[in-house]
Design a binder for this molecule. Structure first.
Ligand code: GDP
Ligand code: IMO
Ligand code: MG
Length: 420
């Protein structure tokens, strides 16, 4: 069974934890887009692992993890991640970590460009400043540097020279930033190349032979950060929806059997952009502190709000979601009432179809009962409070889509399969 897992909101839905759980029954786990803007958390026996580039399946023995061609790679971050895992005695080697030669490399000028652009913009995006956008720009402009180029000294030298010829005057004249030295970058990246070359391989041939394995595609970010379908321009620079899983990995000979969508039991967003159900009151602060809503990559506080079913319905359609995985239900413990957004009002009238622009959307809420119990230790669906089950049922009915798993805590085993 080949499964794609995507976030249905604005990222940080708990995908890392879910991937770690689901990959027990998979052979190959593939990241297909994004870069180290992602932060996927897995907590095992109280120990926290945050993955930025390596698929979250690396913690399970015998799995092959793949960084596909649609990912952009900051080599320093990847090397740090490999070293960290090795220190924790997690097996990482060219046997179980494979990198596409066609994945693009994030260069120092991408990170600086990301920060400079943000600084100059009147309408800020609130990027992670990891150089993600500028790296994808260069890929499409055909001046990018791929992993295949990084590990080829002549090709790397030529491409780096060409890039600096174009970019240094731009940095100096437009951003008032001193240009980059060829030698410094060249030497540093040659060192990266030496360390990463063993992991780069022809994935197409390798996986063609393994095409009957069970694949798990690990989405990063979330549906509404998609460069096309998201809340543009407050989005990331890659396609985050399920249709990109095969394109971004390059394994079009693999058939996707199902798409699972991960959603929090409420909504969060990091960075700028519209967020109709955002709560700037005490309830928002309650979610933030109880859910520990601080970015796994940048540490920024996440904006919090009620669950938005209008948004989720759109995400379900866009990703062709078969089943939903609802996370962080435990964060709602102790709330007397819980609201869910079931419609938007725009300019005073109820809208029937999803708007092109979310910025003017005012949420219309339905109020449900909360529960007092602490559900973190519940492992059987039947033992959840009635009100929690009603909340889940309302979500299922609205979305016409079943919730398959409910996550009730950070720990690896804090997950409930709904139908046993
Ligand atoms: P991802 O980017 O989608 O993988 O999500 P992040 O790792 O950035 O953020 C999710 C956070 O919620 C992490 O700190 C997880 O450890 C935590 N988490 C995941 N599932 C649950 C859950 O069911 N309950 C609680 N309380 N925390 C959870
Ligand atoms: P995971 O995989 C949440 C957000 C940034 C910013 C916007 C653009 O952990 O769910 P970028 O650096 O990509 O150009 O920033 O996208 N963003 C995320 N928000 N989770 C993520 O990843 C994100 N990756 C990017 O905060 O608003
Ligand atoms: Mg995250």
């Amino acid at each position: 069974m080949n499964t794609v897992v995507v976030g249905l909101q604005w990222g940080d839905e708990g995908k890392g934890k879910i991937i770690d759980y689901l990959c027990r029954e998979k052979d190959v786990i593939v990241r297909f887009q994004g870069g180290n803007n992602a932060g996927h958390t897995v907590v095992i026996n109280g120990k926290k692992f945050v993955f930025h580039l390596i698929p979250s399946g690396i913690l399970r023995k015998g799995k092959i993890c793949v960084i596909g061609k649609g990912v952009v790679i900051d080599p320093q971050v990847l090397i740090d991640e490999i070293n960290y895992l090795k220190k924790q005695e997690i097996d990482v080697s060219p046997e179980n970590l494979k990198i596409s030669p066609f994945a693009h490399v994030i260069m120092p000028y991408h990170r600086i460009m990301d920060a400079c652009r943000e600084k100059q913009r009147i309408q800020k995006i609130g990027t992670t400043k990891r150089g993600i956008g500028p790296c994808y720009v260069d890929k499409i402009a055909r001046c990018g540097i791929r992993m295949a180029d990084l590990i080829n000294k002549e090709s790397f030298s030529l491409k780096l020279r060409d890039n600096l010829r174009e970019k240094n005057p731009l940095f100096e004249k437009v951003y008032g930033f001193k240009g980059f030295e060829f030698k410094e970058i060249f030497e540093q990246y040659q060192e990266f190349a030496r360390k990463l070359a063993p992991y780069v391989c022809d994935l197409v041939e390798f996986f063609w032979k393994k095409k009957n394995s069970n694949f798990l595609f690990e989405g990063a970010q979330g549906t509404f950060l998609d460069v096309d379908f998201g809340t543009y321009p407050f989005v990331t620079s890659s396609s985050t929806v399920s249709s990109n899983a095969l394109a971004g990995s390059g394994f079009s000979f693999v058939k996707v059997d199902q798409v699972l969508g991960v959603s929090k039991a409420y909504t969060t967003r990091v960075g700028e952009g519209p967020f109709p159900t955002e709560l700037k009151d005490d309830t928002g602060k309650y979610f933030q502190s109880k859910g520990n809503e601080f970015g796994a990559t940048t540490g920024r506080p996440r904006r919090c709000g009620w669950l938005d079913l209008v948004l989720l319905r759109r995400a379900k359609i866009l990703n062709n979601v078969k089943k939903i995985i609802l996370t962080k239900l435990d964060v709602l413990d102790g709330l007397e009432k819980i609201k869910v957004c079931i419609d938007y009002k725009i300019g005073g009238s109820l809208i029937k179809s999803f708007p092109f622009d979310l910025s003017g959307a005012v949420p219309v809420y339905e109020t449900l009962s909360g529960w007092n119990e602490n559900i973190e230790n519940v492992r059987n669906y039947k033992q959840l409070p009635q009100a929690a089950k009603k909340y889940i049922k309302r979500i299922e009915d609205y979305l016409e889509c079943e919730v398959e798993y409910v996550s009730v805590g950070q720990m690896r085993d804090a997950i409930i399969k709904k139908s046993v």
